[in-house]
Design a protein around this ligand. Sequence first.
Ligand code: CAA
Length: 385
Amino acid sequence: MHLTDTQAEIKELARNFAAAEIAPHAAQWDREECFPIDVARRMGELGFLGMLIPEEYDGLGLDTTSYLVALEEIAAADASAAVLMSVHNSLPTQMLLHFGSEAQKEQYLKPMARGELIGAFSLSEPDAGSDASALRCQAVRDGGDWLLTGTKSWVTSGSLADVIMVMARTDTPDARRGSRGISAFIVTPDLSGFHVGKKEEKMGLRASPTVQLTFDGMRVPDANLLGEEGQGFVYAMRSLDNGRLGIAAQALGIARAALDASLGYAEERKQFGKPIREFEAIQFKLADMGARIAAARALLHATAASKDRGESTTLYGSMSKLLASEAAMWVTTQAVQIFGGYGYIKDYPVEKLFRDAKVTEIYEGTSEIQRIVIARELYNSYHSI
Ligand code: CAA
């Protein structure tokens, strides 16, 4: 894959940072279900939390490919670190950048781009996952404020975030407007009525805190309404178009780590008097693993380039996320098989990679949702990349 000099430097920076400050601790964070906030702060200092924000808002103003290669490197070391980086860069900061007022950019976007404030994104609810526009969290006007009441679920980084982009209904029960009845609000944990609820105990990405949030008449100033009332669902969908590129890069990082581990193990491990890499059964697995990763990465990078040319990423972003996440699940499954019994225990890295891979087929739109989006877009806006 050809990278420009700048992209290659960023990849190297991310790889070195991940090798020194993330990879050695990833198994422990997974075991203890904790992600040290200092690591997020370090990511901020190095610019990894403001990669797509223009310099005028204190970001690095980099191209999308630079961001995705850095994210792949972080994910290869630890998928939990990567999801914090992906959500922060792709969702709340992009919503502020594209739809926020200058005052909101000054107050929230700039410190987020510097990595001083961590961002989260809150769309899903217990009964509104794939059917996101069925969300029920309600915002009602109260004087110059809004009062928000409801429960949000599956909020990545929700317990450590400083700024959470929350989608809530602003239509009324007697005049429901579907997806057009949803607005986006900038929520901070200091608001009265904000509560962090249940922390989920997950199969993978165990270091990344996934929580419920409950709002109990939470008072949100009108100044924290993002953009136009009733546009929150469209803002969220547009941001998810970008978010899905980040999750594809995360999936590729997980898959690549599994391939690297498998290549090493197949060389060391001897059975029947020779390294198992000399058996065709293993060679074919390694070959298919490499081919699937390369294909998914090629599509992702082509999509990143088309995004930077100003083209829509709805179609190819969904395709990239679908192919990369399914490649990650398939590749990590093969990796566990190559390791055999050793792949099933925690002494080797592939057991964690296998667990971490699964969620990439679920969050930011399940594989089934990606197929719905792709099928619709083939009719609406299919064009060759
Ligand atoms: N860009 C811009 N606008 C879009 C859009 C996009 N990609 N997708 C939809 N819209 C607009 C539509 O044009 C439509 O506008 P109009 O009212 O003007 O017609 C409006 O949004 C409603 O769109 P749909 O009718 O298509 O809405 P729908 O209810 O049928 O849902 C869906 C479409 C694709 C299924 C959507 O609900 C969806 O993506 N679901 C999955 C939700 C999801 O990805 N959740 C992820 C949670 S976040 C997360 O996981 C982050 C994390 O922490 C890791």
